[in-house]
Design a protein around this ligand. Structure first.
Ligand SMILES: [Zn+2]
Length: 205
């Protein structure tokens, strides 16, 4: 079997074999061989140096845990440099696919609990907490000015800072803008003052 299919999450790769090993789906993939530009001397090469199998955690398929076995090709350049080929599914030194990372980023924020999200994605709650922190730090904490109307959603994160966290979201796009470590009044008050928002307390806090 050697064909190109547009399987969601596997675009641009060649699946060579599918296996079901004890209820876990294994997808064996490769990437088409083609000339790559050497990162050292910028010359092009398509000379294969070797292959390594990289095991990658992927999104569930038909409710089954799924692993990708990626036969990663390395090229050799005439300058002596050896380097990995480009591929669309996994970043360097990662054990999880790009799709998986994206899904987990969203679910870490929007899922009900870290534990449940972890179970759904076949990883520990601790890992989800780490992703949650990553989202909070990288994408979300750059807010300077809040929109005039914001939505505040509760999130049961069970972190050291508190049992519940609050997600500040844009009411129009529903995208999270920020995450507060707990739902104490002083936390919210301080946050809103810092961002120059006028606010009124409502009874739900
Ligand atoms: Zn080179």
């Amino acid at each position: 079997m050697n064909f190109t299919m547009n399987i969601p999450g596997l675009k641009g790769v060649i699946p060579t074999r599918f296996e079901d090993v004890g209820g876990v789906i294994r997808i064996y993939i490769e990437v088409e061989r083609k000339a790559h530009r050497c990162p050292r001397c910028q010359n092009r090469t398509s000379r294969v140096h070797d292959y390594r199998i990289q095991k990658i955690h992927h999104l569930k398929w038909f409710e089954r845990q799924t692993q990708i076995y990626y036969k990663r090709r390395r090229y050799a350049c005439s300058c002596g440099k050896r380097f990995s080929e480009k591929n669309p599914i996994v970043q360097r030194y990662q054990r999880t696919s790009i799709e998986w990372n994206q899904a987990i980023m969203i679910r870490a924020v929007k899922g009900k609990t870290f534990k449940e999200t972890g179970e759904n994605y076949g990883v520990s709650a601790t890992k989800i907490v780490r992703r949650f922190d990553q989202v909070a730090r990288s994408e979300i904490r750059t807010v300077e000015h809040l929109p005039s109307v914001i939505a505040i959603d509760e999130y049961k994160g069970d972190t050291r800072e508190g049992k519940y966290q609050l997600i500040i979201a844009d009411t129009v796009t529903r995208k999270p803008i920020d995450i507060l470590p707990n739902r104490y009044k002083k936390t919210i008050k301080h946050y809103l003052q810092k961002h120059g928002s006028r606010y009124r307390w409502s009874s739900w806090i």
